[in-house]
Design a binder for this molecule. Structure first.
Ligand code: MNH
Length: 180
């Protein structure tokens, strides 16, 4: 997993829960990198799992809710670090439609060792999109937060529902309807 995900995560923890919580989740865990990450580095995904598990124990907030909150936070971090990746989009549905074939392709050029999910579009109209998230990491709640923020980014909102196609969350169908 790319370092930018770790640096954004630790930034979120500090801003939402404070420095003491940040210190605790880094020191409690058996973290190979000891909580030190650079945005261009690559780290074991298990290290993120440990950080989120520690944060859940520390805050008593369920892991899934933390991952969703992190998705909301991460969108701006990615957009601000890589404005060129999203500058050509002027609608949230247009952006979502292009994650797989453009946005993540661009990301793969920036970070050749990025491990990205796939999004298969099932259906798209002027105000709706249905797509299937697939990833061995099962971070569909992260996707949920990112999608929601994408609408906010364009001054809009959406009703987002999802169905787990696989129990472990490695395949999840999203139905997204733009409000208004
Ligand atoms: Mn994208 C990882 C979904 C937009 C750059 N992205 C992920 C993951 C999800 C995801 C989910 C977690 C990995 C996984 O599940 O296997 N990404 C989205 C969605 C949107 C999106 C739903 C739009 C909405 N992503 C973007 C944009 C950028 C970007 C915009 C860059 C500007 N994504 C990344 C990077 C990673 C990532 C970088 C981290 C990859 C890694 O850790 O190896």
């Amino acid at each position: 997993m790319k370092g930018i995900v770790f640096t954004e995560f630790l930034e979120m923890v500090e801003s939402k829960f404070g420095l003491e919580t940040l210190d605790n989740i880094i020191e409690n865990g058996h973290l190979p990198s000891e909580g030190v990450y650079t945005s261009v580095g690559t780290y074991d995904f298990n290290e993120m799992v440990t950080l989120i598990t520690n944060l859940s124990e520390e805050t008593k907030i369920p892991v899934g809710d933390l991952i969703y909150a992190f998705g909301l936070y991460l969108f701006s971090g990615l957009a601000n670090s890589h404005p060129e990746v999203i500058k050509n989009y002027n609608t949230p549905l247009g952006l979502l439609y292009c994650i797989e074939d453009h946005i993540h392709v661009h990301v793969k050029k920036l970070y050749p060792d990025a491990e990205l999910p796939t999004f298969k579009i099932l259906d798209k109209t002027d105000n709706k999109i249905s797509m299937v998230y697939s990833s061995s990491r099962g971070l569909y709640r992260l996707a949920h937060g990112l999608i929601e923020k994408a609408f906010e980014h364009f001054g809009s909102t959406a009703t987002i529902t999802y169905d787990l196609l696989k129990e472990d969350g490695t395949e999840v169908k999203f139905d997204i309807v733009q409000n208004g």
